[in-house]
Design a protein around this ligand. Sequence first.
Ligand code: ADP
Ligand code: 5GP
Length: 217
Amino acid sequence: MESNDNELIEEPPAPPCPPCPSRPLMIVVSAPSGAGKSTLCNRLVAEFPRIAYSVSCTTRAPRGDEQDGEHYFFLSKKEFKERIKNGEFLEHAKVHGNFYGTLEDTVLYAMEGGSHVVLDIDVQGAGQIRKSLARLDPRNPIRRGFTDIFISPPSREELEKRLRGRGTDGDDVIRKRLAAAAEEMKRAKEYSFQIVNDDLETAYAELKMSILAASGA
Ligand code: ADP
Ligand code: 5GP
């Protein structure tokens, strides 16, 4: 009599289907204005559908063809203060004379949907989030998924060239941003990953490698 040994072998359980990250990352990216952070982050979210961009709130006026709800939620100062009072912000800061803030719901919504989320925020906001991590429940997705990356320009001269080349800011705004850049650069060492955006392709490859390393892959 023939026996079929295969019948005795249990089928292995099916692997989980959708390619959801099991631990979504909250990727905080900071850089002096003009270093190329938006260029790099936009490319990242365009290439990877499971990386979402956290749309911040700001009191500054829209620049160029920026759209409300897509690039920022453009709020009046009164609306912004109301949201602070309601405790809606994960972090908020005054940057270059305007208020900026990340809504906690925006971040959690993306992470609970199984996406990594990129926060393009300044060094003050990043510092606030780092400080608040220890107070969060260890199971909180923000605490579990936090990582941070600092992007520097190759030099002050190149930063100025990029700010002027972008053609979106007047001379006084550019001067303010260059002055702030020197202070922001001093805080680069607080970040887990530091990237110099000289050659764009190299910087983009390093950005992807950093995220891969943070995800433990
Ligand atoms: P940020 O978001 O940091 O303020 P942007 O992404 O808007 O900066 O970039 C500022 C300008 O520099 C843009 O005109 C962009 O096309 C240009 N830029 C970005 N990265 C590079 C690079 N590696 N080399 C040359 N120009 C760059
Ligand atoms: P911009 O006006 O050029 O879009 O942004 C100016 C600065 O504000 C950048 O350094 C950017 O990272 C920062 N920023 C944008 N959104 C936020 C935010 O939600 N919180 C904080 N703290 N900074 C932000």
